[in-house]
Ligand binder design. Structure first.
Ligand SMILES: [Zn+2]
Length: 79
C-alpha cells in the first residue's frame, strides 16, 4: 500500500481511518497533525465534507465521530 500524504500540506503519513458505509462506499479520513486538517476520500477519491454527509445520510448506523478532539471542532468548516 502506497503511503498517503496530506492533501492540504503534503505531509506524509497522516492518521488514516477507513470505514465502509451501507452503500458500499469506502470512506477514508486523513487527519494531519501538521496543518490540523481532516480530509476525506471516497473509494480513494478526494471528496468534500458535504459529500461525506451525503454519502453517510442513508446509513443510520454511521456517525462521523473519529475522535473527541474532532468532535469539538465539528462546527469548524473545512472549506
Ligand atoms: Zn497537512
Amino acid at each position: 500500500m502506497a503511503e498517503r500524504v496530506c492533501p492540504s500540506c503534503g505531509r506524509p503519513g497522516p492518521v488514516e481511518l477507513e470505514m465502509k458505509v451501507a452503500s458500499g462506499v469506502t470512506l477514508t479520513m486523513l487527519s494531519c497533525s501538521r496543518c490540523d486538517r481532516r480530509s476525506w476520500l471516497a473509494d480513494g477519491a478526494p471528496i468534500a465534507m458535504d459529500d461525506v454527509f451525503k454519502i453517510t445520510a442513508g446509513d443510520p448506523d454511521f456517525t462521523v465521530t473519529p475522535s473527541v478532539k474532532a468532535q469539538r471542532r465539528a462546527g469548524k468548516r473545512l472549506s
